[in-house]
Design a protein around this ligand. Structure first.
Ligand SMILES: Cc1cc2nc3c(=O)[nH]c(=O)nc-3n(C[C@H](O)[C@H](O)[C@H](O)COP(=O)(O)OP(=O)(O)OC[C@H]3O[C@@H](n4cnc5c(N)ncnc54)[C@H](O)[C@@H]3O)c2cc1C
Length: 379
């Protein structure tokens, strides 16, 4: 992002704040909640408005666990770290459920199914199920397709849920009691002295005791530290007109997570993903749908759901922040111990958001270890 001299003459009023959060999505509002719980007075600055980033564009899957199959996660991150990630995801869902309950947010305990699109993926699913069961996680492995739609196998997680994500962010924000300053883009962040961070924005120059960056996909535009660590990645969805039947009783996902589908609360079929063949094109922060991915989703709708004849009613995109090793990043900017961050959710903000936010607040305010989330692992 660049800023002209006309926009930024640095004559905006100075505002002193205690704890300033940049970005009002799932992460920013959850950070606001935990910072307020820690006794801080919290202000969120947001370039658009509450939840208008990925947090209101997602599919609303509350699926426990990391983005790779469990046995692969063990290979990639180690066994203890994978268990830590699973526990963090469970904790996150407990928080979301609490916010959803008090905030009257629509949430359905429909469970999830990870489905195999090929015999090869079925083998991987069985390995994942075995590794999960060995760790005392009672997923159910189905050697054939329980949904009768041509899948090869399934792993069922009956405790997972589908949520209305826009409402959820609203509820988390309300519970935080924070102040939101919208239409207030951040231009520059610098720790000007040991106890103060100066944040230049459209409307104010903030002087904050602590700052937390929660800009996920947009983080490389906010601070150079994130360049090459967080990669903006576009996700796309479509939704049909309301159907008369429930054609997908669970949150379903397949093709190693590249495809996902669920019913909305007004009985529409939502299909998302379709990025697998277009990874380079979809490595972008451009907020628009693309013909190629939407054609892929259309084709998936026709082939996997031939019984659905309703028209597609809406198509949209959102920008995810993929970290380069697939795990969220928590830490402070090197040399700036009062500037923290909780970013890089890699398409799994509903799986990890609240747990990551809690750790990021602890880490920034008390120096507590961020564990597997510690961004220093990428150094
Ligand atoms: C199509 C799609 C489907 C998805 N499906 C799922 C799913 O089913 N389950 C799941 O767990 N996850 C899913 N995700 C991922 C999930 O939406 C994200 O992980 C989550 O929303 C990240 O939350 P966040 O608050 O970190 O980021 P965001 O919601 O993107 O919030 C970042 C905020 O920062 C603001 N910002 C950026 N730059 C600045 C600046 N300079 N100044 C001020 N503000 C700024 C932005 O406007 C934005 O509001 C999906 C994502 C997409 C796009």
């Amino acid at each position: 992002m660049t800023v002209s001299i006309w926009q930024a003459e640095d004559n905006q009023p100075i505002r002193e704040v205690d704890f300033l959060i940049i970005g009002a999505g799932l992460a920013g509002t959850a950070v606001a909640y935990f910072a307020a719980q820690a006794g801080r007075s919290v202000v969120i600055t947001e370039m658009r408005d509450l939840a208008l980033g990925a947090s209101s564009r997602n599919a609303g899957f509350m699926i426990t666990g990391p983005d790779t199959y469990y046995h692969r996660a063990i290979e990639l991150y180690g066994h203890a770290n994978t268990r830590e990630l699973w526990a963090l995801s469970e904790k996150t869902h407990t928080y979301w459920r609490g916010f959803a309950k008090t905030g009257n947010v629509r949430l359905e305990n429909c469970g999830s199914m990870l489905l195999a699109e090929s015999a090869e993926e079925a083998v991987q699913l069985e390995l994942a199920a075995r590794a999960l069961n060995a760790d005392g996680i009672d997923v159910i492995y189905h050697a054939s397709d329980p949904l009768k739609r041509g899948y090869f196998a399934a792993v069922e997680q009956p405790w997972d849920a589908a949520v209305q994500p826009y409402e959820l962010v609203g509820a988390v924000f309300k519970a935080s009691g924070a102040e939101l300053v919208n239409n207030n883009e951040v231009y520059k962040i610098e720790q000007t002295d040991p106890e103060c961070v100066t944040v230049h924005t459209r409307q104010f120059v903030f002087q904050a005791r602590h700052v937390m960056i929660c800009t996920n996909a947009y983080s490389p535009f906010v601070h150079p530290y994130f360049v090459g660590k967080v990669i903006p990645t576009r996700g796309q969805c479509l939704v049909t007109e309301p159907l008369t039947e429930n054609v997908m009783p669970v949150c379903g996902y397949s093709d190693y997570g590249y495809m996902y589908y669920r019913m909305t609360f007004d009985n529409r079929l939502l299909i998302g993903g379709g990025r697998k063949l277009y990874k380079e094109l979809e490595s972008t922060s451009e907020d628009r749908t693309s013909d190629s991915v939407q054609a892929y989703l259309d084709n998936y709708l026709r082939t996997k759901f031939p019984d659905v004849t309703a028209r597609v009613d809406r198509r949209w995109a959102g920008i995810m922040g993929f970290s380069i090793d697939g795990l969220p990043l928590v830490g402070t900017i090197p040399g700036s111990p009062r500037i923290g961050f909780a970013v890089g959710f890699t398409g799994h903000g509903l799986a990890f958001g609240a747990g990551v936010a809690e750790r990021a607040v602890d880490h920034l305010l008390t120096g507590a270890s961020a564990g597997i989330l510690d961004a220093a692992r990428l150094a």
